[in-house]
Design a binder for this molecule. Structure first.
Ligand code: GDP
Length: 326
C-alpha cells in the first residue's frame, strides 16, 4: 500500500493505524463514488464493531471537557475510541475548519484514540452526508465512536440519525434547553446530562427541572416483538468533568443503553433504518426528487444489505440515467 492508496480491507484499516484511517476518510471526502471507497464502506457496513454515541448540547456547556474525561475513562477500561467533531461554523463559511476543535487534546502516541473534525456541510441535509460514512468506517475499527455536535436548532435531530445512543448536555442555570425540548424541536435523547455539577444548587435545580420536564411519561418503548424487555427510562444525570464526579454513572448509563438496544432488537432496526435514510438522501442529493421517484421501489434494504452497494448498483444500472434533475 503506498501513501495515496485507499486501504483495501477493514483488516488493512485496523492494521494501518491512524495514518491509514486518515487516508480512508480523506478518500471518502474526495472520491465517495469510487469503487474502492464503496467496497471498503460495504465491508465496514457488514462488520460493525463499536457502539456509536452522539454528544450534543449548546456551546460552552462543557462538551469538550466531558469528552476528554470520557476518553480517559474508556482508555482506562482498555477500549479504543474514535471521535468525529462536527463543526457547524463551516456551514456559514463553507471552508475547512479546525480552530476551536483542536481543543480536544489527546495523546498523539496513543493508537487507541483517533479524532477527526468534519464540516457540517449543507450537503445531504447536514450531518448525515459525510458523517455517516465516516462513522460507519470508524465503527468497524474502534470500540466507541463518539460524534460531537453543537446543539443548535435542528442539529440534534441530525445526530439522532447517526448515533445509537444520544446524550444531551445541559448547562446549570440555562433555561434554553428545556425550552426547545418542550417545543418538541428536539428528538428526545437517550441520556440527559447536567454538566458542571460543582456549581452546587444551580446544577441540582437544573437536574430536577429536566427530570420534571421529562416527567414519568418519557420512556422509550422497546418496540414490536420485544414485549419482555422493559421500556428505556431516560436517565437524568449530573456530573462535573472538571472535578471528575459522576463520570462512572454516565459510562454505566451508556453501557446500559447499549445493552438495552441489543436486547430489544432496536439496534439492528435502527441501523437498518439509518442505512435506508442515507440511501434515500444520497439519491435525492445527486438526482433530485425525479431521481427518487425513478427508484422509489428499490430503496428498501433487506436486513444486512449495504446502502453503499445498493447506491452503486442503482447508479450503474442506468435507471438513474439523465444525471442531476433537481
Ligand atoms: P463546549 O463548548 O461545550 O465544548 O464546552 P467546554 O468543554 O469548552 O467548556 C466550556 C467552559 O466550561 C470552559 O471554560 C470549561 O473550563 C468550563 N467547564 C467545563 N466543564 C466544567 C465543569 O465540570 N465544571 C465547571 N465549573 N466548569 C466546567
Amino acid at each position: 500500500m503506498n501513501r495515496t492508496q485507499v486501504p483495501q480491507t477493514i483488516k488493512d484499516l485496523k492494521a494501518g493505524g491512524k495514518a491509514v484511517m486518515a487516508r480512508a476518510l480523506a478518500a471518502i471526502e474526495q472520491a465517495p463514488d469510487s469503487d474502492e471507497v464503496i467496497r471498503l464502506l460495504d465491508e465496514a457496513w457488514k462488520s460493525p464493531h463499536g457502539h456509536v454515541l452522539g454528544l450534543t448540547g449548546p456551546p460552552g456547556v462543557g462538551k469538550s471537557t466531558l469528552i476528554g474525561s470520557l476518553i480517559a475513562g474508556w482508555r482506562k477500561m482498555g477500549r479504543t475510541v474514535g471521535v468525529i467533531a462536527v463543526d457547524p461554523s463551516s456551514r456559514r463559511t463553507g471552508g475547512a475548519l479546525l480552530g476551536d476543535r483542536t481543543r480536544l487534546a489527546t495523546d498523539p502516541e496513543d493508537e487507541g484514540i483517533y479524532v477527526r473534525s468534519m464540516a457540517a456541510r449543507d450537503r445531504l441535509g447536514g450531518l448525515a452526508g459525510l458523517t455517516a460514512p465516516a462513522m460507519i468506517l470508524m465503527r468497524a475499527v474502534y470500540d466507541i465512536v463518539l460524534v460531537e455536535t453543537v446543539g443548535v436548532g435542528q442539529s440534534e435531530t441530525d445526530v439522532a440519525g447517526v448515533a445509537d445512543t444520544v446524550i444531551f448536555c445541559i448547562q446549570p442555570g440555562s433555561g434554553d434547553s428545556l425550552q426547545f425540548m418542550k417545543a418538541g424541536i428536539m428528538e428526545v435523547p437517550h441520556i440527559m446530562v447536567v454538566t458542571k455539577a460543582d456549581m452546587g444548587a444551580r446544577a441540582e435545580r437544573a437536574r430536577a427541572d429536566v427530570a420534571g420536564a421529562l416527567g414519568l411519561s418519557e420512556h422509550l418503548p422497546a418496540g414490536e416483538g420485544s414485549e419482555d424487555v422493559a421500556d428505556w427510562a431516560i436517565p437524568v444525570l449530573k456530573l462535573s468533568a472538571a472535578q471528575g464526579e459522576g463520570l462512572e454513572e454516565l459510562l454505566q448509563a451508556v453501557d446500559d443503553h447499549e445493552n438495552w438496544l441489543k436486547r430489544s432488537g432496536m439496534l439492528e432496526k435502527f441501523r437498518q433504518a439509518q442505512g435506508q435514510a442515507w440511501l434515500r438522501e444520497s439519491v435525492r442529493e445527486k438526482y433530485g426528487t425525479q431521481g427518487l421517484k425513478k427508484v422509489a421501489d428499490q430503496l428498501d434494504l433487506p436486513p444486512g444489505a449495504s446502502p453503499f452497494s445498493r447506491l452503486w448498483e442503482l447508479e450503474h444500472s442506468g435507471v438513474l440515467a439523465g444525471g442531476l434533475e433537481k
